[in-house]
Design a protein around this ligand. Structure first.
Ligand code: PEP
Ligand code: CO
Length: 462
């Protein structure tokens, strides 16, 4: 009997829950669809379409997250802030996969731990917004809420929520998943060939030498093992890759929530690892109600205004059986607040003996606007929040077991700073995000390297 079987016996389906019971609660951040019949037609079509993931993949990930909670794995979660329909292309998908594989190589090598790889993709199409409406030159229209809901152009037609976009998002997610799975099954992730993942920066970056040394070291280790065993090491050519998105658009999520043969309960089969965003994490809100009943591993984003009492109540509702691997908490406090906000939360959860995986999102608390009108994040703040988080966990006796990042495999200029020291002026060169600024491939790699350095520093005897 494996631990999953043992764990499953201890958990139960809440008796008063249904995939639609969230409809009886207050739902924030949902679009107002003008045509109820069109919405109903789309939802019934989605109900009949195949799922995007399987229950056994979901349960395997839950087991791996349980191991991460015990300090035996590290989680790398990353991808776009918002995917969009036009970026569902071979190049964008494979470049994002490349940078995530490179980062995980750096982390595996430096932390000496297996890495759980989770993409923010194949479904990250719906966005929470700070205002329902946007006004420009006296004209007021609904805010853009992601390609799954409406389009970004500032016209009434583009901004009116269109239910058919959910079917398109499902199809784009399936195409993305299909391509990622084929690349991985075809040997793209093979550790014998890390050169498959090379991106433009490897030729000219200040980080390139460090990275190449690491790759050469891994190549030597692989060849050494193969010489010893007299055979090729086959499990090095396959890695697991999981998907995640903010499960914000509840009508869509409900339509993909299914029962499966030989399993009890309900699974969200649109993704392996959905999360609740900071703006929709009220304990009595619709999103918490929906998440409470699904068997997926889930995460909650925690911002600086959450109190220990609120967090403990959320955990009571979302993981009442203290099931291993079930719940991850992604803190996103901002570099300026992390030192005063995080420790009380860490202490409260530790004191109460709750089982969670702590993950740091050093992006969302550090967004600012530049004088030339760009939404950006400064690499120094991202770095500072991440490093401080490792220190604060070490001081509290808790473990920071993962990182959640917005990144891309493209050479964009959206966050300033980093090894190439991008300035506010550089943002004009290649700013492509439709929502939040992402780390470019080089800044993403640099982040993986700084995690390794920080961990080594904390582990070293003083
Ligand atoms: C996001 O992850 O893109 C996001 C909106 O995050 P948060 O809910 O933490 O603000
Ligand atoms: Co974002």
């Amino acid at each position: 009997m494996n631990t999953t079987d043992r764990n499953l016996r201890a958990v139960h389906l809440p008796a008063d829950w249904r995939p639609s019971s969230w409809r009886e609660r207050t739902a924030l951040q949902l679009p107002a669809y003008p045509d109820a019949d069109a919405l109903a037609t789309v939802l019934s079509e989605l109900h009949g379409l195949p799922p995007l993931v399987t229950s056994w993949e979901i349960l395997t990930l839950k087991q791996q997250l349980a191991e991460a909670q015990e300090g035996k794995r590290f989680l790398l979660q990353g991808g776009d802030c918002a995917e969009n329909f036009t970026d569902c292309s071979s190049e964008v998908i494979s470049n994002r996969l490349k940078v995530l594989l490179q980062m995980s190589l750096v982390l595996v090598h430096g932390l000496r731990l297996p890495v759980v790889r989770v993409g923010r993709f194949a479904g990250q199409y719906a966005k929470p917004r700070s205002a329902d409406l946007e006004t420009r030159d006296g004209v007021t229209l609904p805010s853009y809420r992601g390609d799954m809901v409406n389009a970004p152009e500032f016209t009434l037609e583009a901004r009116t929520p269109e239910p058919r976009r959910m079917v398109k998002a499902h199809a784009r997610s399936a195409m993305t998943m299909n391509f990622v799975r084929s690349l991985i099954d075809g040997g793209f992730a093979d550790l014998h060939h890390p050169e498959y993942w090379d991106l433009g920066w490897v030729g000219h970056s200040p980080l390139a030498d460090d990275y190449r040394r690491m790759v050469a070291g891994i190549g030597d280790a692989v060849r050494f093992m193969e010489t010893l065993s007299g055979a090729e090491v086959h499990n090095l050519n396959r890695v697991d890759f999981y998907t995640s998105h903010e499960a914000l658009l509840l009508p869509y999520e409900e339509a993909l929530t299914r029962q499966v043969p030989r399993q009890w309960g309900w699974f969200n089969l649109s993704t392996h690892f959905p999360w609740i965003g900071m703006r929709t994490a009220a304990v009595d809100g619709a999103h918490t109600e929906y998440f409470r009943g699904i068997r997926n591993p889930i995460a909650i984003k925690i911002g600086p205004s959450v109190t220990p009492e609120q967090l403990l109540r959320l955990i009571d509702v979302l993981n009442p059986d203290d099931e291993p691997g079930r719940l991850s908490l992604i803190h996103r406090m901002g570099a300026a607040h992390v030192a005063d906000k995080l420790p009380t939360l860490l202490d409260a959860i530790k004191r109460d003996g709750r089982r969670v995986l702590w993950i740091c999102d050093p992006m969302h608390g550090n967004t600012e606007s530049t004088s030339n009108g760009y939404k950006t994040r400064r690499f120094a703040n991202i770095r500072s929040e991440l490093e401080r988080s490792f220190e604060l966990h070490a001081a509290a006796g808790t473990r920071l077991g993962g990182v959640h990042l917005e990144l891309t495999g493209e050479d964009v200029t959206e966050c300033t700073g980093g090894a190439r020291d991008l300035t506010d002026i550089d943002l004009e060169r290649a700013y492509r995000s439709s929502v939040d600024p992402r780390l470019n491939y080089e800044q993403a790699l640099e982040t993986a390297m700084l995690i390794v350095r920080k961990q080594a520093q904390l582990a070293a005897p003083v």
